[in-house]
Design a protein around this ligand. Structure first.
Ligand code: ADP
Length: 445
């Protein structure tokens, strides 16, 4: 009993730190997504639009031409390889470009075209003849601000008179300067300082305010308050736009503080399905045993590419070393790597340079590789209390069997506790999703 309590105490200690770390990870995860994404994520759901004025007609566009953009901007859009608006863009673009200006709160998962949408709105909005800052855009981190800036620069490639400045730490200007760039993108702290303390920007001349990644923003208390303070400097005619990948209650409350009289656009995440995935578990004694089972599995299946999840960095390193000794080409992802390093590893894996990817949980969300035919839970996903983490399970397993392909998921069970977890997961998904393939025991792995 003493031992159990000890473990529990250790866990909750770590839990405190983990929760802190998770917040930082949100911004990193988002950056990783951006670094490795090459195209729109698939989403066939209907967009929900809640108009401020329900009597005004609801515009949606199927082409970029319908938006009557400046020719140089349209050229920039096509030059990026965009043929037609994404689902969220169909509704968001006409709304953001409408006259008189309208406020917008928009939510859809990452990869659905939000950044491209507001970049287009910004470029369309600013008047290049006016040499002062007209549009402010804030993001949670330096790196995310740079990513947005790159999209705007690329899209605005044929608009030579539109200029952009980065309001990020380390970017020092001389006192008394007034910025001439029409667009400023930055983090809340620096942008607030530029507006109030240094007066590089006159907030009364801002006519468009964009807040990106609201959910990540409010994970940091300071950012939340700074964002609200920036917003309060602006005039009531300034157009306010807010974007978020998720929409919990806390994001709503924040969004409504920042965006008065909003129109609301939402695109629900397309549900991941386990229908095309065969799920198994293998009973083992300890990690060496799990390793043997894994090697046997390899012998008996034709596997394109596999992702293997471990609970700790140490376990991932151990497994990577052993698989490499067995002659497998293995890549490893772990939380200690920088986001750029992680993006590079995922890129190599995606290009087939390695067939096996060993990873800890922190990295699971970004991995979206079509060829993955096997996912192995070398350690089962558990939450801080040691219970089954069903969401993580779905995310991990969802890495395989994508787009109707057949996939396998194998769970390594090494104790009565992990057997319990398997049962919890089974119960959960049978109940919630009507899973066709309850987790089966692989008799002859
Ligand atoms: P989000 O901000 O919602 O994460 P992005 O705007 O970054 O989404 O878009 C995700 C990916 O899709 C990017 O690689 C982007 O270049 C691309 N993309 C965006 N809009 C379109 C479009 N209309 N057609 C094709 N690709 C697009």
């Amino acid at each position: 009993a003493v031992e159990v309590r000890n473990v529990f105490w250790e866990n909750s200690e770590n839990g405190g730190r983990r929760r802190q770390a998770d917040k930082v990870d949100l911004a990193e995860q988002s950056l990783l997504n951006k670094l490795i994404r090459r195209s729109l994520v698939r989403n066939r759901n209907q967009v929900e639009v809640l108009q401020r004025d329900p009597t005004s007609p609801l515009y949606s566009v199927k082409t970029f031409e319908e938006l009557r953009l400046k020719p140089e901007l349209l050229k920039g859009v096509y030059n990026m390889g965009f043929n037609r608006p994404s689902r969220i863009q169909e509704n968001a673009l006409p709304l953001m470009l409408a006259q008189p200006p309208q406020n917008l709160i928009a939510q859809s998962q990452s990869g659905t075209g939000k950044t491209a949408a507001f970049s287009l709105a910004i470029l369309s909005h600013v008047n290049p003849a006016n040499k002062w800052t007209q549009c402010l855009c804030i993001a949670p981190t330096y790196e995310l601000a740079l990513q947005i800036g790159q999209v705007i620069e690329q899209m605005g490639k044929f608009c030579p008179d539109v200029k952009l400045a980065y309001g990020i730490r380390g970017n020092r200007l001389n006192r008394g300067v007034k910025l001439q760039e029409q667009i400023v993108i930055g983090t809340p702290g620096t942008v607030l300082d530029w507006c109030t303390k240094y007066k590089f920007i006159d907030p009364k001349k801002i006519t468009m305010f964009v807040l990106d990644e609201a959910d990540v923003m409010i994970a940091t208390q300071g950012h939340r308050d700074q964002s609200i303070r920036i917003q309060r400097q602006l005039t009531k005619d300034c157009q306010m736009l807010l974007f978020s990948a998720t929409f919990e209650e806390s994001v709503w409350r924040f969004a409504e503080q920042v965006v008065p009289e909003p129109n609301i656009i939402r695109l629900k995440r397309e549900e991941e399905t386990l229908d095309t995935i065969k799920q198994f578990y293998v009973e083992c004694r300890e990690k060496e045993d799990k390793f043997t089972a894994l090697c046997n599995l390899y012998g008996s299946l034709t596997i394109a590419q596999a992702v293997i999840f471990c609970h700790t960095r140490k376990m991932a390193a151990w497994l990577t070393a052993h698989l490499t000794t067995e002659g497998h080409q293995v890549a490893m992802l772990s939380g200690e790597m920088t986001v750029e390093q992680r993006a590079a590893v995922i890129e190599r894996f995606r290009n087939g340079k390695e067939k096996v990817l060993v990873t800890t949980n922190v990295c699971s969300r970004g991995i979206d590789v079509e060829q993955v035919s096997l996912v192995v839970n070398f350690d089962l996903p558990v939450d801080l209390d040691g219970n089954a983490d069903n969401d993580t399970y779905l995310h991990r397993i969802g890495r395989t069997g994508r787009f109707g392909r057949r996939g396998f998921a194998v769970n390594m069970v090494d104790s009565t506790h992990s057997m319990d977890i398997i049962k919890q997961i089974e119960m959960h998904f049978t109940k919630c999703f009507g899973m066709h393939h309850p987790i089966k025991k692989q008799l002859d792995p």
